[in-house]
Design a protein around this ligand. Structure first.
Ligand SMILES: [Zn+2]
Length: 470
């Protein structure tokens, strides 16, 4: 019986997660995420899954981020009819994300068609999938809670452990029985951090793996501490109050938005800043908050106590407003500061955030605050790099707004945190660490760091290359 591992995405890059475990010729897919980056390249990569859908025995989804679940509907559209295993919270979040993507794609197609018509050009771009495909993919999802091992094929068992990354996020442990001998492969998905609000820390009580597929997003970076970040956030907010300006925060609608609101609330409670209006301008963030409310099984102790014991709502705050309609969103343009706008998407590639940037990027009293990972070739990365001329929606705009970055709110472990988690799990059987989900520089640094700390050998996974496991 042969066991093989290979990656068809997020190999030497951070988006488009798609990993394959092949047991005795049967294919198990871990995540089927969308590639994000320059439009043409993303489109080309997202249309080619690199594997025929009818070859897949079962699929597993580690969490609901777009770069992990975004192409599940493409898999369905191409004929996959099997199960997609996910935790119940991941199923809900992924459903929301996939539907949102279907809407954005339909809107983009409409916009591009109109543009082409005006220029007298022919138009032949079609969305990757539509709502029907997204609904079908959601229908294929089988909810499996943490620590409920289940056979997903002949001689292969799968079990989820909390990854501490976003609500519902999981590591997937595969136990393969090969003539009475067990081989365990642990896929980290995206690895979270200790001490994040709302959700639990990454699990450490995991049966000893033989192989580990580990993300390496921040393989060459250390995050600032949350305490320092709170000081910085307080300073930025105080400056905004003084200038009567605005803070625009591009953030993923799930997890980061809820955390940011929580941090602003703490700053208000501790009187670091006065009560200022905070607008969450993302219909998805509103829906996501509802999902947070129905999954108490994912909370850490603090939220559990506030929510369950004291009947407080940790996701409802005094000066917090959720805007849903486009009219409400547009009205924010007329609203004078001080004002905080949190909007999606997190890398500024689509969504309402782009309109807020267009309206405010030329104003020196605006601060654009980046709080998350910005992939190469995204508008968010260009903003974080403080470029002064930016192209948004086809127009070139001069940036006069300040750009600030706080990376302590990251949902990904930095290299020291990842190594610390690794040293707290049972590594007694661990033969090899496969590094995925990282840019080449970060991966090289992380590999070196793991070697210096005497962990088992790490290998940087190359796209499509086959690795035999025993
Ligand atoms: Zn993620």
């Amino acid at each position: 019986m042969a066991i093989n591992f290979y990656s068809l995405g997020a190999a030497e890059e951070v988006t488009g997660s798609r990993h394959i475990l092949e047991v005795d010729g049967k294919v198990y897919m871990v995540d089927c995420g969308a590639f994000q980056g320059s439009r043409a390249e993303a489109d080309r990569k997202n249309r080619n899954l690199g594997i025929s859908a009818d070859k897949i025995e079962a699929a597993v989804l580690t969490h609901g981020h777009y770069d992990h679940c975004g192409l599940m509907p493409v898999l369905t559209k191409q004929g996959y009819r099997g199960n997609i295993y996910a935790t119940p919270a991941t199923r809900d979040i992924a459903s929301l994300i996939m539907m949102d993507s279907a809407h954005i794609q339909a809107r983009d197609a409409e916009y591009l068609r109109k543009q082409a018509r005006q220029k007298g050009e022919t138009f032949n771009w079609t969305p990757l999938y539509d709502e029907k495909d997204a609904i079908e993919a959601t229908g294929q999802m089988v909810g499996l809670s943490y620590k409920r091992p289940l056979f997903i094929g002949d001689n292969i068992k799968m079990e989820f452990f909390d990854a501490g990354h976003i609500l519902g996020s999981a590591m997937a442990l595969f136990t393969i029985n090969k003539n009475g001998k067990e081989t365990r492969v642990l896929c980290s998905g995206d690895l979270g951090r200790k001490g994040m609000p709302i959700i639990r820390d990454p699990e450490t009580e995991i049966p000893a793996p033989d192989y580990l597929v580990l993300e390496s997003t921040y393989g060459n970076r250390l995050h600032d501490t949350i305490d320092n970040a709170m000081v910085k956030l307080g300073e930025i907010a105080a400056r905004m109050v003084k200038n009567q300006g605005k803070i625009i925060i591009p953030a993923f609608a799930i997890e980061r938005t809820q955390e940011l609101v929580y941090y602003f609330h703490l700053l208000e409670d501790s009187k670091v800043i006065p009560e200022i209006p905070i607008y969450v301008d993302s219909p998805m963030a509103t829906n996501a908050t509802t999902i947070f409310q129905v999954h108490p099984e994912c909370y850490d102790q603090d939220v559990h106590e506030a929510f369950i014991k004291h009947h407080q709502n940790p996701f409802g705050f005094n000066s917090l407003h959720f805007t849903s309609s486009v009219a409400e969103s547009k009205a924010l343009n007329e609203h004078s500061g001080p004002l905080v706008i949190i909007s999606a998407d997190g890398m500024c590639e689509a969504g309402r955030i782009q309109h807020h940037l267009i309206h405010n990027i030329g104003d020196p009293n605006t601060t654009i605050l980046t709080v998350g990972y910005m992939a190469q070739n995204t508008l968010g990365r260009r903003i974080r790099n403080k470029e002064t001329e930016l192209k948004i929606h086809g127009q070139f705009l001069k940036r006069r707004a300040a750009v600030e970055e706080i990376n302590a709110f990251s949902a990904h472990a930095d290299y020291a945190e990842a190594a610390s988690w690794l040293s707290s799990i049972d590594c007694s059987r661990l033969k090899k660490i496969f590094l995925v989900h990282g840019e080449p520089k970060a991966q090289a640094a992380f590999k070196k760091y793991l070697a210096e700390k005497n962990f088992p050998p790490a290998e940087i996974v190359r796209y499509g290359e086959n690795y035999e496991l025993d």
